[in-house]
Design a protein around this ligand. Structure first.
Ligand SMILES: Nc1ncnc2c1ncn2[C@@H]1O[C@H](COP(=O)(O)OP(=O)(O)OP(=O)(O)O)[C@@H](O)[C@H]1O
Ligand SMILES: [Mg+2]
Length: 257
């Protein structure tokens, strides 16, 4: 994606346009011809349950964990200055509009293989429908990632379907809270045992907390948040399976897409 000559850290960041669906001030921009998402910290909408002005740090922390897992879940993400002040920047990846990792289908038309059922309900026209998602290794890894970073906002629209079958996760500002906040559409593996490579990934991250990964995260998160992150890794390793919903908070993001 990136050309060797592009200076993503210091090259001029030029705004292309505002991403209208986004509820925060989120822009499509370019640096040396590379398209990026730019979210100035000044544009962050205040939230009742997350500290002001640090969603950009959480997005970068999520990227660092994705790197430590080695699964390429989060597009390259970093902090830098821009025309609207400091914020986070993330490499843009064009989605394949023909593919959906998450879908709503009529309840009597759930595909047989390759999909997991999340729940069945009634749509706005009183028809029985089902929320389903792909049953793939790449999406399972994203679900593992979401548990350890405590992602409170895994909407369907935050899963980018790449033409080659890869899936990227985006919008990780609502992560790393000390309290349980997991809100996701990826519940389809609830209770299933983790694969060996998934456990290996979590172990890699867990051991990294004492080293370079922990040092980098300490600059972005509070020490309580870092401790809670380590505890979530330990818990998932001890249980060896996908958790189910727990606590009083809704287990699904809203809207779902
Ligand atoms: N790196 C990326 N590559 C391609 N598309 C992206 C990328 N990041 C975000 N998008 C697209 O832009 C939309 C808005 O981005 P994002 O969700 O991160 O912004 P936001 O301000 O948090 O918005 P909201 O609060 O509405 O969720 C995403 O739903 C996705 O469709
Ligand atoms: Mg979003």
């Amino acid at each position: 994606m990136t050309t060797p000559s592009a200076d993503l850290e210091h090259g001029d960041l030029e705004l292309i346009g505002r991403i209208e669906v986004a509820s925060n001030e989120t822009f499509l921009a370019s640096i040396d011809g590379i398209r990026v998402v730019y979210k100035p910290s000044e544009g962050e909408r205040p939230l009742w349950d997350f500290p002001d002005g640090d969603l950009a740090n959480r997005e970068v922390a999520a990227y660092l964990v994705s790197q430590a897992l080695g699964w390429n879940i989060v597009p390259r993400t970093w902090l830098r200055d821009g025309p609207l002040g400091p914020g986070m920047v993330q490499v843009w990846h064009d989605v394949d509009a023909e593919q959906d990792a998450v879908d709503v289908v009529p309840a009597d038309a759930i595909p047989h293989g390759g999909w997991r059922l999340v729940f069945e309900g009634i749509d706005e026209r009183e028809r029985p429908v089902a929320l389903i998602h792909e049953d793939s290794a790449v999406l399972r890894r994203m679900a593992v990632f979401d548990v350890i970073v405590n992602n409170a906002d895994r909407k369907a629209g935050h899963i980018l379907a790449m033409p080659d079958g890869h899936r990227f996760g985006v919008d990780h500002g609502l992560t790393f809270h000390v309290e349980h906040k997991l809100r996701t559409v990826l519940w389809g593996w609830e209770g299933d045992g983790l694969e060996a490579d998934e456990l290996d990934g979590i172990r890699r991250v867990r051991s990294g907390i004492a080293g370079d990964l922990g040092a980098a995260l300490a600059a972005l998160l509070s020490s309580d948040e870092l401790d809670a992150f380590a505890a979530r890794c330990d818990r998932m390793l001890a249980r060896g399976r996908f958790p189910g919903p727990s606590g009083d908070m809704p287990a699904m993001p809203w809207p779902l897409f």
